[in-house]
Ligand binder design. Structure first.
Ligand code: UDP
Length: 329
């Protein structure tokens, strides 16, 4: 009897924080998965839970370059392309801004061409940063945003806006079927402790007793989504008929000082709190309106901040222990 051929999903950025969780979920759903990642910002250790699993393959590649034959040769079997490839933390995406812009524009174009060739559906992970420092609150998908095309965040937010434009051009011209997720702040296990995000910084600083860095007065807000909710949302969006961008995030909004209070409640510490200057163009408020996701996908986050933070903190504690042991060896 002929073996059943499984559908294939390509996850660009699959070794990253959200990407590695997504690869696991897709394998569990019965897909074979090719994980494409340049490993420029992703941590190879994220592949630990994936490598060796039947149906999983890792290919080290930068999507700015022409896609390798190991991927294009699979076009006949390819059904889904998830594009999560891009540094997402401000210090990391600003370290090589030209590459960030090219990853979003040239990289997305390369993947859209593969979608066109293979007939696979492509999902772009765009970002809440397309709304810039928003003048409307909460942010709905029809708000066109207030970004600066000459500021330090432009390589990322204008890059993602250009990537969205490319996706909808391919859709309008019937060259590929696309879905676009606008991801709001997400946290959980496998976040890079070193990537400078607020959740990882504050938890790791509290755990290690280093100064806790609050940028500005800490009254700026963000809304934090646990990673399992985000992965469920991405898959639901990919499998939906949504023809427009969809916000994915947790609508519970906290100031950064409130986030710190929640963290200190689970990670008691002697660390001092120090205030540092607010980065340029740092958005004042951010909270998704998820009405469209609820209506079109039947999706909303399940994990509250007080449930997710302890899970993230346990993971960071184990991770810091491992890093320290390796450094001491
Ligand atoms: N932030 C902070 N301390 C840190 C890191 C970040 O106060 O150690 C602030 C940052 O200025 C921003 C918010 O926390 O207002 C979220 O920052 P993050 O880099 O996590 O994500 P962003 O939403 O800005 O992309």
């Amino acid at each position: 009897m002929a073996a059943t051929i499984k559908p294939l999903a390509l996850v660009a950025g699959g070794a990253g924080f959200i990407g590695s969780h997504l690869c696991l979920a897709l394998l569990a759903q019965g897909y074979d998965v090719i994980c494409l990642d340049s490993l420029q910002t992703a941590r190879p250790s994220n592949l630990g839970s994936l490598e060796g699993r039947p149906g999983f393959r890792f290919v080290q590649h930068d999507i700015v370059e022409a896609l390798p034959a190991t991927v294009t040769d699979e076009a006949g079997r390819l059904k889904r392309i998830y594009n999560l490839a891009c540094a997402a933390s401000p210090p990391q995406y600003q370290a090589d801004p030209e590459h960030t812009m090219l990853t979003n524009v040239v990289g997305t174009s390369n993947l859209l061409r593969l979608a066109e060739k293979s007939g696979a559906r492509l999902l772009l992970t765009s970002t809440s940063e397309v709304y810039g420092d928003p003048e409307v609150h909460p942010q709905r998908e029809d708000y066109r945003g207030w970004t600066s095309c000459i500021g330090p965040r432009a390589c990322y937010d204008e890059g993602k806006r250009a990537a969205e434009a490319l996706c909808f051009d391919f859709q309008r011209m019937k060259r590929a079927e696309v879905r676009v997720a606008r991801i709001f702040n997400t946290y959980g296990p496998q976040m890079d402790p070193e990537d400078g995000r607020v959740v990882s910084n504050l938890i790791c600083q509290a755990l290690s007793g280093e100064d806790i860095t609050i940028y500005g007065d800490g009254s700026q807000t963000r809304s934090f989504c646990y990673v399992s909710d985000m992965v469920d949302g991405l898959i639901a969006l990919m499998e939906s008929d949504a023809q427009e961008p969809v916000n994915l995030g947790n609508p519970d909004e906290f100031t950064i000082l409130e986030l710190l209070e929640h963290i200190l409640a689970i990670v008691p510490t002697n660390a001092r709190v120090v205030h540092q200057p607010l980065p340029q163009d740092d958005p004042r408020r951010r909270r998704p309106d998820i009405g469209r996701a609820k209506a079109l996908l039947g999706w909303e986050p399940k994990v509250k901040l007080d449930q997710g933070l302890p899970l993230a903190a346990s993971w960071f504690a184990a991770e810091l222990g491992i890093t320290r042991a390796a450094a001491a060896a």
